[in-house]
Design a protein around this ligand. Structure first.
Ligand code: KMH
Ligand code: ZN
Length: 301
């Protein structure tokens, strides 16, 4: 087992709204500051979305991405991994446009599924109208990643020489990936992120992660590295612990979960990264540096 663990921090995300937590970074400055602090706390990969600076609405604005990626690059060595998943209402073209900045890594979403967030909207929070609509609108939201979409995204990634991190939310997505290999659209070795706990895809339960991991091993042998992310609390830390135990890497961050303990909201991504670092220490694993992460993830650096 590797004594290092790659910790990805997903600093802001595209599926939550500001009323859910004051800690969610919104402006370029806030996103960059959170990213830098997350790296100081032990993260070596930063997964990045952007938000409209005055409202906090998730967007795919290229000027915002440009500023965030430049400023993070100037202030940290971390692997920068922009999203190509985006948020509700974005087309696959909107989502892929960030690849023009030729990031060394970006997400690649391996299938379509319902992406439901509406139970959150029922809670008594001071939502602005657009925020409630954004969450309630997920009752009719399919996170669309058809074979045509995936082929398009793989083409953009090849052009920009960006290494995909394959986001797998359900076991069927591994078979989608196998099909993309058969058609020579993608080629192993892969970096897989198992994202469990989205309403509409696989639950964040231990047997589900083990099943997905064993299926990936059957399909791709040892030609992949992997990480696990759990959406919500306690899913985030359950998946961290299980992944550490099984030899995988981990992802935490306010994109996926807003609480550091059952009744304690996270004040910052740092709280979540620090908790992952403490869990890692219990399993005799320490955070990989950005350069160690690059080497393990087959990045050119
Ligand atoms: N929040 C999900 C959409 C992406 O941004 O491309 C998982 C994710 C994938 O982080
Ligand atoms: Zn994301």
């Amino acid at each position: 087992m590797d004594d290092k663990v790659i910790i990805t921090c997903a600093v802001t995300g595209g599926m939550t709204v500001p009323a859910q937590s004051k800690a969610i970074p919104i402006t370029v400055e806030q996103i960059v500051e959170e990213g830098v602090r997350a790296v100081e706390a032990g993260a070596s990969v930063l997964h990045v979305h952007v938000r409209e600076e005055d409202t906090g609405r998730p967007v795919a604005d290229l000027e915002l991405f440009d500023r965030v990626l430049r400023d993070l690059k100037a202030n940290t060595e971390a692997v920068l991994q922009p999203t190509t998943g985006g948020g509700r209402g974005m087309t696959v073209q909107d989502r892929g446009a960030v690849l023009r900045f030729r990031p060394e890594m970006a997400t690649f979403n391996a299938g379509s599924f319902n992406f439901g967030l509406f139970p959150v909207a029922a809670r008594d929070l001071p939502f602005r109208d657009w925020e409630r609509d954004y969450l309630e609108g997920t009752r009719d939201y399919i996170f669309k990643n058809t074979f045509a979409d995936m082929t398009y995204m793989a083409g953009l990634m090849e052009e920009s020489e960006t290494r995909p991190e394959i986001e797998v939310y359900d076991v069927g997505h591994l078979y989608n990936l196998q099909q993309l290999v058969k058609e020579a659209i993608l080629e192993p070795p892969f970096n897989i992120q198992f994202v469990l706990g989205v309403l509409g895809a696989n639950a964040a339960e231990p047997d589900q992660l083990v099943h997905m991991l064993r299926t990936a091993q059957r399909l791709f042998g040892d030609a992949f590295t992997w990480s696990a992310a759990g959406v919500g609390y306690p899913a985030e830390f359950n998946m961290v612990a299980l992944s550490l135990m099984l030899g995988g890497n981990v992802r935490v961050g306010l994109e996926d979960n807003l609480r550091v303990r059952r009744r304690e909201p996270a004040q910052s991504n740092v709280d979540l990264v620090e908790k992952a670092v403490s869990l890692a220490a219990m399993f005799d694993r320490e955070p990989a540096t950005p350069q160690e992460a690059r080497q393990r993830l087959c990045l050119k650096g």
